[in-house]
Design a protein around this ligand. Structure first.
Ligand code: CA
Length: 228
């Protein structure tokens, strides 16, 4: 049974209760807040292991709560799963770029919600030690120091930028990254890389990876994800 603590920030009582019930059933310790201010207060005092954050809140909205959490050194490492209405891709992109780790669209199945939360907790606990290691996933090996990728043992020639795009996706399988996050990761924040240029890199990567290109999935309206 899980023992981590989770804070739910959600103003709709029914949804708050649905989430709370299902997480308590899984053995999580759960605290609830009904608006952003209360959420920030509880987050700062209890330092939960994860925050489920609705975006549409009275008063300070969820994106502002996320921004505040990620600016404060004491709370910035707490993973955040945002809850949002279906079709709100722009909000999802903003949330991910503010540092949220995952998102779930309403309506959701409690089983999926619990599985996604468990996955976020697991992967944030097991962040890879980046620069020194290699990443092995599916039939692929990425040598980070050498900027080399092998598929079934055969090297695939990639440009330096393509390698970095592949690396940023493959080091967090299952995570959705926005185009903005990918361009920040490959060029450092502030460098003007257009969304379109990221798409071009992805097209080239998929072509060079051939069959393994299918592991780079498009998440419509949001970004890209490396298949778990
Ligand atoms: Ca709401």
């Amino acid at each position: 049974m899980a023992r981590e603590s989770i804070l739910i920030v959600e103003d709709e009582e029914e949804i708050q209760e649905l989430v709370r019930y299902n997480l308590v059933k899984e053995g999580y310790r759960v605290a609830c807040a009904s608006d952003g201010e209360e959420g920030l207060r509880i987050a700062a005092s209890q330092l939960p292991d994860l925050i489920v954050l609705d975006l549409m809140l009275p008063g300070i909205d969820g994106l502002e709560v996320c921004r505040t959490l990620k600016k404060d050194p004491s709370t910035q490492n707490i993973p955040v799963t945002i809850l949002t209405a279906k079709g709100a891709e722009a909000d999802i992109v903003s949330g991910l770029e503010l540092g949220a780790d995952d998102y779930i669209t309403k309506p959701f199945s409690p089983r999926v919600l619990v599985a996604r939360i468990r996955a976020v907790l697991r992967r944030t606990a097991a962040e890879p030690d980046e620069e020194t290691s290699t990443i092995r996933i599916h039939n692929m090996v990425l040598h980070l120091g050498r900027h080399e990728v092998l598929i079934d043992g055969n090297p695939v020639p990639l440009t330096s930028t393509e390698f970095r795009v592949l690396h940023v996706l493959a080091r967090r399988p299952g995570w959705v990254l926005t185009r903005g996050q990918i361009s920040d990761a490959i060029h450092g924040t502030g460098y003007p890389v257009t969304d379109r240029s990221i798409d071009v890199q992805i097209v080239a990567l998929r072509r060079k990876l051939r069959d393994a290109g299918k592991y780079i999935e498009t998440v419509r309206g949001v970004g890209y994800r490396f298949k778990e």
